[in-house]
Design a protein around this ligand. Structure first.
Ligand code: NAP
Length: 269
């Protein structure tokens, strides 16, 4: 008797560029798991209905990407602590007719940084951006006990809202949470670009004269103005491909209870 493929998918809009099917198929091949992993283009207006349809069709797990992560957080029946705090869901498990939401973006970032020998304990971090991606990784950043996290964003009021939202968790973990002030002269251990500034053709608005030892752009697949700045500063830097791979590995582990080898995937991607 042939074994039926387990059904999974990534949902977002647009979605044609998503590397998730390739990554998950590769991970599944490491364990002899037969996977049917689809890309499904869904707009916010159809999201709830699509989730319900996929549940009926026997899907076991879904990855959620832009612009649906916050909506997924609102729709899921149950949430992990991470997802609840981040108000973001990128991984849904479907069990007993229920949608169980989790987020692995923060784990993906931290794991990739650790692979690159960047530890965060007692370090000074700057996070640029105050959207879904930056808020999505704050729980895990704070959990690493850095000395301080500075926040900045093109619309600075959003950084203030973000600081207020994360203040209590930061305090509980003895992490100083500050808004970047242009008067301060700080060399950060790590600067994270969590903005979508490199997606558009418009001007990129960042603080001037940033100084940092390691620059990390969550964006991947192209030379960004942020990474160019890092290069000009003779700093070490990385794009976000490793974060993508590691968040996928964490999602794979949630669904299949297996930790895939991630080192060998970069040649394929
Ligand atoms: N590698 C990965 O696995 C991974 C995972 C998640 C996200 N990401 C990437 O992270 C990025 C952000 O995603 P998101 O979900 O946070 O998007 P989002 O919620 O739409 O937030 C966008 C952020 O970018 C800022 N921004 C947009 N254009 C800008 C510009 N020209 N100059 C300066 N700041 C600008 C926005 O500032 P305002 O508030 O002023 O509008 C906001 O803070 C995307 O590029 C996404 O691909 C990567």
């Amino acid at each position: 008797m042939t074994k039926l493929n387990k059904k999974f998918a990534v949902l977002g809009h647009p979605i044609s560029h998503s590397l998730s099917p390739k990554i998950h198929q590769y991970f599944a091949s490491q364990f002899g798991i037969n996977l049917d992993y689809q890309r499904i283009d869904v707009e916010s207006t159809n999201f709830k209905k699509t989730l319900s349809d996929l549940k009926q069709e026997g899907y076991e797990g879904l990855n959620i990407t832009l612009p649906l992560k916050n909506l997924a957080y609102e729709i899921c029946d149950e949430l992990s602590l991470r997802a609840e705090q981040a108000k973001s869901v990128n991984t849904i498990s479907i069990k007993n007719d229920k949608l169980l939401g989790d987020t692995t973006d923060g784990l993906g970032l931290i794991t990739d940084l650790l692979i690159k020998n960047i530890s965060l304990a007692n370090k000074k971090i700057l996070v640029i951006g105050a959207g879904g991606a930056s808020n999505g990784v704050m729980f895990d950043l704070i959990s690493q006990h850095p000395q301080a996290i500075f926040l900045t964003n093109r619309t600075i009021t959003k950084s203030h809202d973000m600081a207020e939202y994360w203040a209590s968790l930061a305090k509980d973990n003895d992490v100083l949470l500050n808004i970047l002030s242009l008067k301060e002269d700080i060399t950060f251990d790590l600067i994270i670009n969590a903005t979508s500034s490199s997606l558009g053709n418009g001007s990129v608005i960042f603080p001037e004269n940033l100084k940092g030892y390691f620059w990390y752009d969550m964006m991947y697949g192209k030379q960004t103005p942020f990474l160019l700045k890092a290069e000009q500063n003779k700093a070490k830097f990385s794009d976000g491909l490793g974060m993508l791979v590691e968040q996928a590995a964490a999602a794979f582990n949630i669904w299949h209870h297996q930790k895939p080898d991630t080192k060998s995937i970069y040649e394929i991607l």
